[in-house]
Design a protein around this ligand. Structure first.
Ligand SMILES: Nc1ncnc2c1ncn2[C@@H]1O[C@H](COP(=O)(O)OP(=O)(O)OP(=O)(O)O)[C@@H](O)[C@H]1O
Ligand SMILES: [Mg+2]
Length: 276
């Protein structure tokens, strides 16, 4: 990739939270336009990695660059979907208002652009609502639409400013299988059509497997990255975890990782599926 400025470059990076090293010696380079999954058990630091790329977490060592600039300076270039979003069923804010919050300086409708700027913004909001197929329910209160519909609206929000990099922290979480597949397909299509680089945290690689160009596997205070076929193997994961891991492929092509230890083994904390 000589001459190509990576969308994301991580060089010998380390993050500590409350004095504890979450991960260290992490190196990555993601070329523009790639669709890359961040995988690994609960509590290993996947969200931490996303936040480091976003530039909201100080590094204890090393550096993180986004399109050649220090993380945190590329604000406009990044669309971010944080983990664990849920809307109270009684929330009256409409879906389209949530999408609009993704535009510049718009915080809960407090800024009031007018004239051409407002018209441009509204056109863009309508465009992304359309892009994610949310036209039918964007005018309904966000608390009333389904989880998959909320997810599409939040993806639209992340896209409003035409980011070149999408950081999606478990966008498929809490969706049923058909919705996981369709939201994953939507993200992959958008990435393809607009050449947007996607870094997506996932618990299950299968719904996104067909779109993947690369994988970052976080475990035991470090990370390995590379093409899915090279990283998601018994050999690589066993070495990463320091314990025998078996990667199986079912007859219908699904990947199953057997023997993956919980991050709780390393941190002494409970990180159950529902307890994050
Ligand atoms: N603000 C904080 N203060 C103290 N510890 C934190 C804080 N944020 C995260 N941690 C710890 O840092 C570690 C990594 O957290 P992170 O959220 O990055 O994990 P994760 O891989 O995203 O997990 P999950 O799959 O459950 O989302 C965890 O052990 C977590 O408890
Ligand atoms: Mg997380």
């Amino acid at each position: 990739m000589t001459g190509v400025v990576p969308a994301v470059r991580v060089v010998d990076a380390e993050v500590r939270v409350g004095g504890r090293v979450i991960w260290s010696h992490v190196d990555l380079a993601i070329e523009p336009g790639r669709f890359v999954a961040v995988l690994g058990p609960n509590g290993v630091g996947k969200s931490t990695l996303i936040k480091a790329v976003l530039g909201v977490l100080p590094l204890a060592a090393g550096r993180v660059e986004v399109f050649g600039r220090p993380a945190g300076e590329g604000g406009r270039d990044i669309g971010y979907l944080p983990q664990r979003r849920s809307f109270d069923p009684s929330l009256r804010v409409r879906g389209i208002d949530v999408v609009r919050m993704g535009s510049d300086g718009d915080r809960w409708g407090l800024s009031l652009p007018w004239g051409p700027r407002r018209r441009r913004r509204e056109a863009r909001v309508a465009e992304v609502v359309d892009l994610v197929g949310a036209g039918d329910y964007a005018d309904r209160p966000i608390g009333e639409v389904s989880g998959g519909e909320q997810q599409r609206l939040l993806i639209a929000q992340a896209l409003v400013r035409r980011p070149r990099l999408l950081l999606l922290d478990e966008p498929l979480d809490s969706l049923d299988l058909p919705n996981q597949a369709s939201v994953a397909g939507l993200i992959a299509d958008i990435s393809q059509e607009f050449g947007i680089t996607v870094l997506i945290v996932a618990h299950d690689v299968n719904p996104i497997a067909s779109a993947l160009d690369g994988v970052v596997y976080v475990a035991r205070g470090g990370a390995v990255s590379g093409p899915p076929d090279e990283v998601i193997t018994s050999e690589t994961l066993s070495a990463l975890y320091g314990t025998p891991i078996e990667v199986l492929r079912t007859r219908d092509g699904r990947l199953v990782v057997v023997g993956q230890p919980d991050a709780a083994h390393h941190h002494g904390g409970a990180h159950g599926q529902g307890a994050r």
